[in-house]
Design a protein around this ligand. Structure first.
Ligand SMILES: [Zn+2]
Length: 166
């Protein structure tokens, strides 16, 4: 798969869609609108990935009964779950990231997209940031000791291997 951050063929940067994917010459090519934010481009890439995954059998069976708008919703749903899984959002929420801004930063997602995700997951979006002050890092920095523990120093260093004359 080739990912190109430029307008898809035949469009200018002012008129190109967020993303387009096509199978060309034996490979998938995804064009992403370079004028959009990196966060938006990530979401669009995940959306296009669903189009690619479902190309073929799904298109002729499952998608046959869906409107184009419904297919786009399916791809948005996939991208949302890929980039902001319920489990991951709840996990970071439990760790103390409780605002759309802090969660958006953690997931590299736009604040608006995270706000919509929080609402969908039943999480309040109007809490104050200070909850982050109670954030407990699962892997806190461990201060390095100034000296080695005493038992390392109580034995004289041995330079000889057992059974080998020095
Ligand atoms: Zn689409």
């Amino acid at each position: 798969m080739t990912i190109l951050r430029r307008p898809c063929p035949g469009t200018s940067i002012n008129e190109c869609p967020s993303g387009v994917s096509r199978y060309e010459r034996g490979r998938w090519v995804v064009w992403l609108n370079p004028s959009e934010t990196t966060s938006r481009q990530r979401f669009t890439l995940a959306h296009e990935l669903k189009h690619i995954i479902d190309n073929g059998a799904a298109h002729t069976t499952v998608y046959k009964r869906l409107t184009p708008s419904e297919i786009e919703s399916v791809c948005d749903h996939f991208a949302t779950n890929l980039l902001m899984s319920r489990r991951a959002v709840y996990h970071l929420w439990g760790d103390g990231l409780r605002t759309p801004e802090s969660l958006a930063m953690a997931f590299h997602i736009s604040v608006n997209a995270m706000r919509r995700r929080m609402v969908a997951l039943g999480l309040p979006t109007d809490l104050d940031e200070p909850s982050v002050l109670n954030y407990v890092d699962a892997f806190p920095d461990t201060p390095a000791p100034d000296t080695l523990p005493g038992h390392f120093l109580s034995e004289p260093p041995s330079t000889a291997f057992p059974g080998v004359a020095a």
